[in-house]
Structure formats: C-alpha cells, structure tokens
Design a protein around this ligand. Structure first.
Ligand code: PMP
Length: 401
C-alpha cells in the first residue's frame, strides 16, 4: 500500500510508507509512473484546501475498512442508533481523547454540536450575555466581522481593537478588555486573511474569553484555562464538516435566559452529553479516529513542532522571493495554518494555481472575498507535501519572473 502519490513532470510519483521525507524533489524515489484508470492505485493529491480539508490517510483507510461492518455489528456506523452501545463507545472516546490531548480541566465540558461555527456566532451572545454589560470583540477580519454581526442582534457590542486600518494584516497588540464586559471574544486564526494570535490577550479575571478556533484548533499547545469558551467547526483540523466542537467552562452554562430555545442552550447539551437529539454520529466517529491518530503521532506538541516547520518553509520561500511572492500577514501575526500571499497580478496568480494543480498541488486559490493565493497547512498536511509545494513555488518564480 502506498502512502502518498502525486504528479510531477507528468509522472505519478509515489512514496512508499516509511520512506524518508525527501529534502528536494530530486531525491524522491519514483516507484511507479502510471495513472491509468482501473490500475487499483489510489490517486491522492497534495490538498491545501482551507476546509473541508485533507484528512489523515490512515483515518480514511480505517473508515473505508469499517464502513460496511462497524465493530462486528453487521451495520455501518452510518446506520446504527446514536443511543446504541457501539456508538456510545465512539462518542465517549472522542471526548476522552480530546480531553487528554488538549489537557482540558475537569470543570470544562465538551460538546459535539451541529450548525457550524456560524451557529456559535449567535450562541455565544445568547449563552453568555449579561444584560447591561457590553459584549467586547476584537475585529481581525472576515470571521470576526461575522461573529460581531450576530452579537449585534442581541445587544451592545464594543469593538475594543481592530486591524481594519491595516487591511487585517495583523493581530492588534495590547488589547484592553474592560472588567465590566459580559464576555470578550477573539478569532484565534483568521482563515481568509492568514493571521493568528501568537499570544492570548489578557482578560480581566471575571470576564470569560470566548475564542473561535475553527482554523487553529489543535494547531499548537494551548492552556484551556485561559478561556471561558472555545469553539471550532471540525472541518479543518479535527474531522469532517457537520460537527462543531464547543469546550465550555461549567460555571458559564447557567447564564442563559430560560426562554432561550432548548437546542440553542449549551446547558441542554451539557446535561445530555451532546445526545439531547440525534448527534452527527458519523462526523464524531471520524473526529474520534483523527484524535486517535494524533495521539499515535505524539499529540499536539508533536503537531505544533511540525506545523512550525511546515509554515516556516513556505514563509521562507515568500521572504526569499525578492517580492515575487508578497505575504499578506505582517511577520508577527503570521498564521501557522493558512499562509496567504499575492503575486504581481491576478492573472499570474491564476497561472500559478493552474500549474500547481497540474502537479497535484490542489486548493491554492485564495478566498473569493480577497483573491490572491493561500496554502492551508493543517495538521494532516504532510511535511513532504509542503516541501513539494515549496519546490514548485521556487520553480514557478524562476520561470515567470
Ligand atoms: N470561523 C472561522 C475562523 C472559519 O474559518 C470558518 C469557516 N471557514 C467559520 C468560522 C465558519 O464555520 P462554519 O462554516 O462551520 O459555520
């Protein structure tokens, strides 16, 4: 079985499992050069999509192997009750693994919900607002703006800092939240702009910090105790689309007004262990497998090390390109997960995306709202894949400058 397969100079190149990660394309071993239909090979490209995004191959293989007969039940995990013993094991294990890997303290609850991070944009104010106390937000880009828009439906929102003046190319420094705030809200990583908090802001002890970690969930070791609430759509670093993880400090679940719809109270889901209604079983099952895989690789600290290495490789290409590639983010705000950059013209960017695609490097077009290019380097993106990308970018520069 092959682990990785990509096209380069018209060949389908495969890396055998266990083979060392090459330093340059020249040192790749070409084991097979074929992409004929029906030759039983799994064609896998290097996937740099921003989300849904690449998943670890061993996880996909396991899902494939268990799809028709899950743990000897004679049924697919897609077909069994969310209240069955077999599913319950998956459900509990997913939470346990997340708790272990992130070091989540006992007074925090883990919820597996639906509706995406976009639903948490209004669930956060619904569940945390104290009438008469402002909700304080930092505006760092497209996703922060969307969160702010929803909060404004519920009451007084104060923008305590913004990087709009710099076209959202940086994370504001020395952000001051007031002690009279209902809660403080930040976007851990702006997926579109490619900026990420490097140090968490200081927040008065009585004010819970809520963080949208959709695109930097588990990208590095964090201290969960600094947050009142963490939420993330799973489809980038944790699993497939369809499930949103919420980690909430226990004492915050009772703030919600009684007349809030049942499904929109975190409290409902805490009390029923995310099984108040039919949970997204299949998506949670895949998250559980991703978490198991992550544990086998050495956990989040190992991922952080690799993520720093991977993003540095791409930022180095940008920095050494003498302006051919122009990074969007200021150096001190650069994202580990989404590297955003521009070329001289949109036409040249389109050419670069197209040529990359021909070489099996997929998903490098920037978000439709901002254009440019973006390489998303989530946990499941291999170091080898990033090296191939860098080699391609250097070569593209040579041929087009
Ligand atoms: N926040 C961030 C930082 C995101 O990147 C996204 C999705 N790309 C969202 C929120 C919205 O997530 P969802 O599509 O799961 O609602």
């Amino acid at each position: 079985m092959f682990l990785r397969c990509f096209t380069y100079k018209g060949l389908v190149v495969q890396l055998l499992p266990g083979s060392p990660i090459p330093n340059s394309l020249n040192s790749f071993s070409v084991y097979t050069a074929s992409s004929k239909k029906g030759d039983n090979m799994t064609k896998r490209v290097y996937n740099f999509y921003a989300g849904p995004a690449t998943l670890p191959l061993p996880v996909l293989k396991k899902v494939q192997g268990e799809l028709l007969d899950f743990h000897g039940t004679g049924m697919s995990v897609l077909e069994i009750s969310h209240r069955s013993k077999e599913y319950d094991e998956v459900h509990k294990k997913a939470s346990e693994l997340l708790k272990q890997l992130m070091g989540i303290p006992n007074d925090y609850k883990i919820l597996w919900l639906q509706g995406g991070a976009s639903t948490q944009f209004f669930m956060v104010p619904l569940n945390l607002q104290i009438v008469g106390k402002p909700m304080e937000y930092v505006n760092t880009g497209n996703w922060a703006k969307k969160a702010i828009k929803e909060a404004k439906l519920y009451g007084d929102v104060k923008i305590v800092a913004s990087s709009e003046d710099g076209k959202f190319s940086y994370i504001p420094k020395n952000v001051q939240f007031s002690s009279g705030a209902s809660f403080a809200h930040i976007t851990g990583n702006e997926t579109i702009g490619g900026i990420e908090w490097q140090e968490w802001p200081k927040v008065p002890s009585e004010v819970p910090l809520a963080c949208d970690m959709s695109s930097n969930f588990m990208d590095k070791v964090i201290d969960v105790k600094k947050f009142g609430v963490i939420y993330a759509g799973a489809q980038k670093n944790l699993g497939p689309a369809g499930v949103t993880v919420v980690i909430v400090r226990e004492d915050l679940i009772n703030r919600v007004p009684e007349n809030t719809p049942t499904m929109l109270k975190w409290k409902t889901h805490v009390e029923k262990d995310s099984l108040y209604n039919t949970c997204p079983c299949f998506a949670i099952y895949i998250c559980e497998l991703v978490l198991e895989h992550l544990q086998s690789l050495g956990g989040i600290s190992a991922m952080e090390k690799q993520n720093r290495k991977k993003s540095k490789l791409v930022y180095d290409v940008i920095d050494k390109s003498k302006g051919f590639y122009r990074g969007v983010a200021k150096q001190d705000s650069r994202s580990l997960m989404n590297v955003t950059f521009n070329l001289a013209t949109p036409e040249l960017e389109a050419k670069c995306v197209e040529e990359a695609k021909k070489k099996g490097l997929i998903g490098l077009k920037g978000h439709r709202d901002v254009g440019g290019m973006r390489a998303s380097l989530y946990n499941a993106v291999s170091l080898g894949g990033v090296q191939v990308l860098c080699e391609f970018l250097r070569e593209f520069q040579e041929n087009n400058q």
